[in-house]
Design a protein around this ligand. Structure first.
Ligand code: BDP
Length: 718
């Protein structure tokens, strides 16, 4: 090799291996296939590539294949001009394929829709095809994933159709680049440099999202700032939209309901006021002029101090429909959030969204989706599914999951969230009898919904590895995979991600899949076992604060949720209490109401029970509480021990960073156990169960801890 070339190759390899080590490459690492037999078989099957050209999207697909295959197969695969050569990977839209191939795959093609794709063997070739260019790109990423995870591609036949329409990230990013509930650094949107400067991250972000089928992004915080709707920002948003477009990612913005007053100089934002309606119409037209495929608006209205139609005596229907009309001519949508509860409403917070929205079923315009959090309170380590799923057959309901770990240990704790998502999606609403799962509500099959979607509150920031904790990437990845197919198992997702990210070695993949799957139960155990919830310290939500009870809004106090007293603990949501269970179908309500059938995982969510109440294992509630907290700590110790054995399979940096984080996680798990149990002991007046390690510090000590600079805290609302 020429000296200079050799030098540059070394530098390139160094850069590549550095980015492997720091996590920037995410799950798109494309390491050389180590298994010799597979490598030979892959090389034999893919001796050349025939790729349709034309659009930018197709060019991206072509580039990705070059990048992926040359690295995975460690050889350059040439492009050819004919699709009829043997052992060729043929990539293109259906219309572009030879008539003979089209005839062969006709049956599959008939059901191919949306941006789905088909990967199939045809004679000695492999075909990646779709109806749209974007489908082709999705197929390319999927195919590369097959190789990365070392699956056989002989006789491959894979038909993939996304099960939801809108697969979107919600960034809670502010214009000053702070990120509400963000734990991975500043916002990746560098507003002051836009539109002139296109950061490489924007492209890499789009590529990563496209690789898992995410097709939309809301750039701004739900606690919205109207300024993003001014011309100064619209041109910046346009610049981002232009970058994302070829990757199939549409841009959306949060619409602050009072924007007509704040930036439009109107005296009202009443949705029934003709001037207000005209203002929004003009605003939508202005945005669409710059961004013809703008996705639409996400709105948090009349919730936690945000303005909304109720400020003018109007309803959510009035507000949502008014905005929906402005984007409808441009094929845009409005995603209207159901996360509402009021300090003026004395009923159980868990009931309020349902009470407000369910009577409005069928009243929203066709292009409105109601975005509902997975549970009725707020992204807790465990919640029962939100009763609105299963109660609004005439309204498109979008799922909202939180990927950023606000209530689950920030970016410090290893918690695999797809396990939580799966639990919710698999839950049975019984809306039309047994088998009416939440997944069927979300993919629209239960009531034949015309438009469907899933939103994930992003955990992305400007940290070099994007998500702070390296395993936070698995939550972004897993969210994307589930938005595409809400029926995927979390285990499959974990395994896939581990193979893509770290290693294909079975001695790594098997124990680590197990670790990831169990990590979710661990955090439930050491934070909020047996159905407890919202015990996090106030404001920042970092660490335990079950004693907080002095906030002006009752439902912001942890004491509101656990209701511990001398008798016992838990929130009675049965008919003898708040009766929140009546919002579920009768089969589900009965299951939760009856102590014999209520899963112990939800016990204190639905019941207030005496400290001496006996659980299924014959031990008292008090003892079980201590045992669960202890189990959580033990599980983290188990995670640590498992990780020690992973050293041989990964780089020393990869090992070290997770090792350090697991140490912090263990320390914090113990903190949760000790602080919570000491506090609850002031009511139970009982000894800790003997299996529980005794706290080394006092309750006063834990109560004295203050964290004014914990990350992600929301800026002052105005
Ligand atoms: C809560 C967060 C808050 C968000 C709110 C929301 O603490 O920062 O603004 O959810 O979803 O969990 O609107």
């Amino acid at each position: 090799m020429h000296k200079k070339t050799a030098f540059f190759t070394t530098i390139l390899l160094l850069c590549v291996s550095l980015s492997f080590a720091n996590g920037y490459e995410l799950w798109l690492k494309y390491r050389k296939i180590q298994n010799k037999t597979l490598l030979t078989s892959y090389r034999n099957s893919i001796q050349s590539i025939y790729h349709e050209t034309g659009s930018e999207t197709l060019e991206i697909s072509k580039k990705e294949l070059t990048r992926g295959l040359s690295a995975l197969l460690d050889t350059a695969v040439p492009f050819v001009n004919s699709s009829s050569e043997a052992h060729t990977l043929v990539v293109g839209t259906i219309d572009h394929l030879d008539a003979e191939i089209q005839n062969q795959i006709e049956k599959s093609v008939l059901i191919l829709k949306k941006d789905g794709f088909l990967i199939t063997s045809h004679e000695n070739n492999i075909i990646i095809t779709a109806k749209s260019d974007l489908g082709v790109l999705y197929g390319t990423f999927y195919f590369l994933r097959q190789l990365q995870t070392q699956r056989s591609i002989e006789d491959i036949h894979q038909l993939e159709i996304p099960k939801t329409d809108i697969r979107i990230l919600n960034h809670w990013d502010n214009l000053d680049r702070s990120v509400e509930r963000g734990y991975a650094g500043a916002s990746i949107w560098k507003w002051h440099r836009l539109p002139g400067y296109i950061d490489q991250r924007y492209i890499d972000y789009a590529r990563a999202n496209a690789s898992i089928g995410i097709n939309g992004t809301v750039l701004t915080n739900v606690n919205a700032n109207a300024l993003v709707l001014t011309p100064h920002y619209i041109e910046k948003v346009k610049a981002l939209a232009d970058v994302f477009r070829p990757y199939g990612i549409k841009v959306y913005l949060t619409a602050r309901f009072s924007a007509p007053i704040e930036i439009g100089e109107l005296s009202t934002a009443d949705p029934l006021d003709p001037e207000v309606q005209q203002w929004w119409k003009d605003k939508a037209d202005e945005i669409y002029k710059a961004i013809p495929d703008f996705g639409g608006f996400l709105v948090k209205a009349n919730s936690e101090g945000q303005p909304g139609p109720q400020n003018y005596g109007r309803s959510h229907v009035d507000g949502a429909n008014m905005l929906a009309e402005t984007v409808a001519p441009h094929n845009g949508v409005v995603m209207w959030r159901a996360f509402v509860y009021s300090e003026h409403d004395a009923t159980d917070r868990a009931k309020q969204a349902y009470s407000e929205f369910v009577p409005m079923d069928g009243k929203f315009k066709d292009n409105v989706l109601i975005q509902v959090k997975n549970g009725p309170i707020d992204f807790q380590p465990r919640e029962p599914f939100h009763p609105m799923f299963g109660a609004m057959p005439k309204t498109p309901l979008m799922m909202e999951f939180q990927i950023t770990q606000e209530y689950l240990g920030f970016s410090t704790h290893l918690v695999f969230l797809p396990k939580l998502y799966e639990e919710v999606l698999d839950a049975d609403t019984y809306q039309h009898g047994k088998g009416s799962t939440v997944a069927k509500v979300i993919d629209g099959t239960l009531d034949d919904k015309k438009i469907t979607g899933m939103a994930g509150v992003a955990n992305i920031g400007s940290d070099i590895n994007w998500t702070g904790h390296p395993f936070g990437q698995a939550n972004w990845y897993g969210y994307g995979r589930l938005a595409w197919d809400p029926y995927l198992s979390s285990e499959k997702i974990a395994e896939e991600w581990l193979r893509l990210t770290y290693s294909n070695d079975e001695d790594f993949v098997t124990p680590m899949t197990d670790l990831m799957i169990k990590s979710r139960e661990a955090v439930v155990n050491y934070m909020t076992p047996l159905g407890l919830h919202h015990l996090m310290d106030t404001g920042h939500h970092y660490g335990p604060g079950p004693w907080v009870g002095n906030l002006s809004r009752p439902e912001w106090n942890p004491t509101y949720y656990h209701k511990a007293d001398a008798e016992g603990i838990g929130f009675d949501r049965t008919p003898t209490g708040s009766d929140a269970t009546s919002q579920y179908a009768s089969e589900v309500a009965t299951m939760f109401n009856e102590l014999e059938t209520c899963p112990e995982t939800y016990l204190l969510w639905f019941h207030h029970l005496s400290w001496d109440y006996k659980l299924k294992n014959g031990k008292t509630l008090w003892d079980n509480l201590g045992l669960k907290y202890q189990e959580g700590v033990d599980q983290v110790e188990g995670m640590q021990a498992a990780w020690q054995k992973m050293k041989p399979f990964i780089t020393s940096n990869q090992f070290k960073e997770v090792n350090m984080l697991l140490k912090i996680q263990l320390k914090e798990a113990k903190w949760w156990r000790d602080a919570s149990m000491l506090y609850f002991q002031t009511f139970s007046k009982r000894e800790f169960p003997k299996e529980m390690e005794k706290p080394t510090k006092t309750l006063d000590y834990y109560q004295s801890l203050k964290f004014p600079y914990a990350p992600g805290i929301r800026p002052q609302w105005d």
